[in-house]
Design a protein around this ligand. Structure first.
Ligand code: NAG
Ligand code: NAG
Ligand code: NAG
Ligand code: NAG
Ligand code: NAG
Length: 276
């Protein structure tokens, strides 16, 4: 986290500086242009969620009676020049509809615009986020638990960890449920709060954990947590030890039993020999 801020602050300063220069130089022009664009767009960009791996379709419904060229842009760059989109989209309806093929990926999110003449329309396209967790998680009592939430769909949303114990009840905030043993970290994937760490797992921690990234529960990954007995790994070993001990005892006893009659036999033999 600190590394991120350290990296971004010079960038932020540079941007601020540029913004200041640009705004003082061309304030009036920019203001006029901005107002015109906002008026043309008819307000805010529309939010469009797409499922990563499925198609995106945007329809430019601006009036175009004289069949002017429709200009499509992603992040202020013409789609035909955007390296990542180039060759992966098609235009339909005389250019009025932009279609990204079924094989969309995470980095297809961004700001898309279409413009016809002086008018334009804007969309904020974002991945419908979903998360994944392994179906089952095992941890040994007293050991550290570390869960990684795999998130799909950019921009990455905030991650909330929820928990319910094995007797059911309702999902509640996991950080509170495991306090003060729990903390959040950045996941290996780079999602802030995407990793949940719980120190010294207890038997009563067993239950179900959900990593929530979507309001619709069907898109949130869940795992069933089992906490194994601290001595769980020791039992098979102890079992073998016990088996060996019993076997040794049996052999010892057997040998003794066998040894005794032999002695008795020799005794009697001796006795017999004496007698005869
Ligand atoms: C443009 O979109 C890409 C995703 O393809 C994103 O990573 C990037 O931050 C965007 N650029 C700007 C300037 O907003
Ligand atoms: C899209 O535009 C908004 C402002 O309208 C900006 O805050 C955001 O960073 C842009 N996102 C991308 C991915 O370019
Ligand atoms: C679970 O939540 C529902 C409402 O969301 C509430 O009616 C119920 O009492 C809660 N149960 C428990 C055990 O907290
Ligand atoms: C499980 O949680 C419920 C409420 O959420 C609580 O009443 C119950 O005591 C908990 N059970 C255990 C074993 O911690
Ligand atoms: C959640 O998403 C599924 C699949 O897209 C959908 O069928 C369901 O109606 C949604 N539920 C809610 C509460 O939005």
């Amino acid at each position: 986290m600190s590394r991120r801020t350290a990296l971004s602050s010079p960038m932020a300063l540079l941007l601020l500086f540029l913004a200041a220069v640009v705004s003082t130089r061309a304030q009036t022009e920019a203001a006029a242009e901005g107002a015109a664009a906002a008026a043309a767009a008819g307000g805010e960009a529309e939010l469009v969620l797409y499922n990563v791996g499925y198609g995106i379709e945007l329809t430019c419904d601006l009036p175009n009676p004289t069949k002017l060229d429709v200009v499509w842009k992603k992040n202020d760059t013409a789609v035909e020049a955007w390296w990542d989109v180039r060759g992966r989209y098609r235009l339909e309806d005389g250019g009025a509809r932009l279609v990204l093929p079924p094989k969309t990926h995470e980095d297809d999110f961004g700001n898309y615009t279409c413009s016809v003449g002086g008018a334009s329309r804007a969309w904020r396209v974002q991945g419908n986020p979903h998360s994944k967790l392994p179906a089952n998680t095992n941890v040994v009592e007293g050991q550290k638990l570390k869960l990684q939430c795999r998130v799909v769909g950019k921009p990455y949303p905030a991650v909330t960890w929820l928990y319910e114990n094995s007797t059911g009840g309702n999902l509640t905030d996991a950080l509170a449920a495991f306090a003060p043993r729990a903390e959040l970290a950045t996941s290996d994937q780079g999602v802030e709060g995407g990793a949940l760490l719980v120190a010294a797992a207890e038997r009563t921690d067993a239950g179900r954990l959900v990593c929530r990234v979507n309001h619709n529960a069907t898109f949130n990954g869940a795992t069933v947590l089992r906490v194994k007995d601290m001595y769980a790994a020791l039992w098979p070993f102890l079992g073998i030890c016990a088996e060996v001990l019993v076997l040794c005892a049996v052999i010892l006893i057997y040998e003794r039993r066998r040894a005794k009659p032999e002695l008795d036999d020799s005794d009697t033999d001796h006795h017999d020999a004496k007698k005869s």
